[in-house]
Design a binder for this molecule. Sequence first.
Ligand SMILES: Nc1ncnc2c1ncn2[C@@H]1O[C@H](COP(=O)(O)OP(=O)(O)O)[C@@H](O)[C@H]1O
Ligand SMILES: [Mg+2]
Length: 261
Amino acid sequence: MTATLSTSEHVQSGIAVQLAGVSKVFGRGRQAVAALDGVDLKVAPGEFVCLLGASGCGKTTLLNLVAGLDAPTTGEITLNTSRPAVMFQEAALMPWLTASRNIELPLRLAGFGKADRQAKASELLDLVRLGGAGHKRPHELSGGMRQRVALARSLAATQRVQGTDAPPLLLMDEPFAALDAITRDVLQGELLRVYERTSTAVLFVTHDVREAVRLGQRVVLLSSRPGRVVQEWSTAEDGAETLTEEITARLREVISTHAKS
Ligand SMILES: Nc1ncnc2c1ncn2[C@@H]1O[C@H](COP(=O)(O)OP(=O)(O)O)[C@@H](O)[C@H]1O
Ligand SMILES: [Mg+2]
């Protein structure tokens, strides 16, 4: 009864992910590196949040903590979602499996039967516009196509056999950073299109202000290491250009303040 109440409270308060006072220190003593310091962050169910910061400020560390791949040194992380799916800069597909089989893999781990797996993989391939390419192996695909397969695979990883109430969560760590500018632009558009067709919450890490403003409903700026939340913006209000300029200026300020200290 208590558990049911607390779940509905979370739904009402609209929290998919919550970080409260999260710090992370790697190593000990003189070698200790403080990667994150007192980070507070909330993501609502179905919300698309971009986490922006300079290289080395602790973005990947934060995502790893949310993914449960590592534990915070202090602070608390609460997830009211199914086990998060993660997508990285490198597609990391199994080279010996076809695109379809790569997408089926998380479905198999989740316990889906063969027919269901094949049907869902085919649906997801269509969703990322790779309908005809399911039989291809990663080396036969371009970098952009491999990231489409990786996106479909991470969406597959949010699927559950038993329909639970827990909303899905996708964690993305600079997934388009290694692509050329044109392909990146296309895939950003594709991600938005796919996002609108799913109910997933997204926590998207990037060092690219333009990308953050284009994709996120909210942009959260982290300071240089140790990462702290400096400021956040809703992308609903100002025009994209104005907002990009404002955030870029703030990011520069944050980096130069750090360089002086
Ligand atoms: N496993 C680790 N051990 C020691 N230091 C680490 C480890 N992982 C990350 N760091 C350090 O923490 C800081 C933040 O790293 P990271 O989260 O990868 O930054 P970002 O993703 O923003 O570029 C860096 O200084 C990095 O060297
Ligand atoms: Mg990183």
